[in-house]
Design a protein around this ligand. Structure first.
Ligand SMILES: [Zn+2]
Length: 221
């Protein structure tokens, strides 16, 4: 083989190698082109549900940031309604309503492919535990999202409750984009409370949730 042929072969090899390598990188970005809005519930003077010094608002934010990191790593464009310990109210009068109006406004303005609102549940009967997904009928995709995410979540996690229709939250009635509210566990239940306040479970929960969101978009195609 002469020098010239050898050079051609070598450059062909390099081209093929770099194409396959960049293809592999693109292929890992399974959520490329998807916009996801994460809404950590409550914030600021609104702690949400509490147990001693454990505040729902803090766990919601912590989990939301972990989820943001995971989804971003898969190529999704991710937004958060809040990134610090604050509410989104513009008025002190009717503060809660103003907070919820603003969250809905932000999400509607961005028109994401999906919104995920993160909350914790609480019941006086401490036996209730597990994750539960709530949806309304504002967007026709919501029911399917709730059912699919529940199904995929169950592949990896125990204690995933049946999805539930709920049209009572003001905010969610006003979000036109598809999405759901996830109560990731009960702060009132000792098992859930222990898990939700420990990093190994938080990480597992978020990695399972990322898997379910990824699978939802994959199956939807
Ligand atoms: Zn809440």
């Amino acid at each position: 083989m002469n020098k010239y042929k050898c050079l051609i072969l070598l450059s062909m090899f390099l081209i093929i190698f770099s194409i396959s390598k960049s293809y592999a990188i693109i292929n890992n970005y399974t959520l490329l082109g998807k916009t996801i809005y994460i809404d950590p519930g409550h914030g600021g003077i609104d702690s949400g549900t509490t147990y001693k010094k454990i505040y729902e608002k803090d766990i919601n934010l912590l989990l939301s940031k972990k989820l943001e990191k995971e989804l971003t790593a898969l190529g999704a464009k991710v937004y958060l309604t809040r990134e610090t310990d604050k509410d989104l109210a513009l008025t002190t009068n009717g503060r809660k309503r103003s907070d919820l109006i603003n969250r809905a406004y932000l999400i509607n303005k961005t028109k994401p492919d999906m919104y995920i609102s993160i909350h914790l549940n609480y019941l006086s009967d401490i036996r209730y535990k597990g994750l539960q997904i709530f949806y309304n009928n504002k967007n026709k995709e919501n029911k399917q999202i709730a059912e699919s995410l529940t199904e995929y979540m169950r592949e990896k996690t125990s204690n995933v409750r049946e999805p539930k229709y709920n049209n009572t939250y003001y905010m969610y009635r006003n979000i036109t984009s598809p999405g759901v509210l996830i109560e990731v566990g009960f702060l009132s239940n000792p098992d859930d409370r222990y898990r939700l306040t420990h990093e190994d479970y938080q990480n597992k929960l978020i990695s399972n949730l990322t898997y379910t969101i990824e699978k939802y978009f994959k199956e939807k195609r």
